[in-house]
Design a protein around this ligand. Structure first.
Ligand code: AMP
Ligand code: ZN
Length: 111
């Protein structure tokens, strides 16, 4: 059984309003926002790390980067935003299903 929370959201087992969805990816609000606006762009196929990349997964990540710019105004990110992909323990990754954080809605501080 797949215990992955993002797989469960993808399949609808756990309800979470999807601000964008197509056959490859979806976007939800982060449940614990780290900025005024905080979204997650999530491929529908389960994989945790960029090292697991193959042609199919690369297509999903590429699709994220194609879709996100088209949604900037709709998501309130037109003034700019920060994208983050946490990887593994040292990167602070808590959900082992690859996702892109989108942070904005305010001027973000330095790291
Ligand atoms: P990361 O630490 O990069 O793995 O990011 C995981 C993110 O998922 C965190 O920012 C969490 O707040 C967020 N998160 C965990 N569970 C949910 C959920 N059910 N719905 C939305 N966001 C979630
Ligand atoms: Zn998953």
């Amino acid at each position: 059984m797949n215990d992955c929370i993002f797989c469960k959201i993808a399949s609808g087992v756990i309800p979470s309003p999807k601000l964008y969805e197509d056959d490859k990816i979806f976007i939800i609000k982060d449940i614990e926002p780290k900025a005024k606006l905080h979204y997650l762009c999530i491929p529908k196929i389960h994989f945790a790390l960029l090292t697991e990349m193959d042609e199919v997964k690369a297509e999903l990540v590429k699709h994220c980067f194609q879709v996100i710019p088209t949604l900037e105004e709709q998501l309130g990110l037109q003034e700019g935003y920060r994208m983050i992909i946490n990887q593994g323990k040292n990167g602070g990754q808590t959900v082992p299903h690859l996702h892109i954080h989108l942070l904005g809605g305010e001027v973000l501080g330095d790291f």
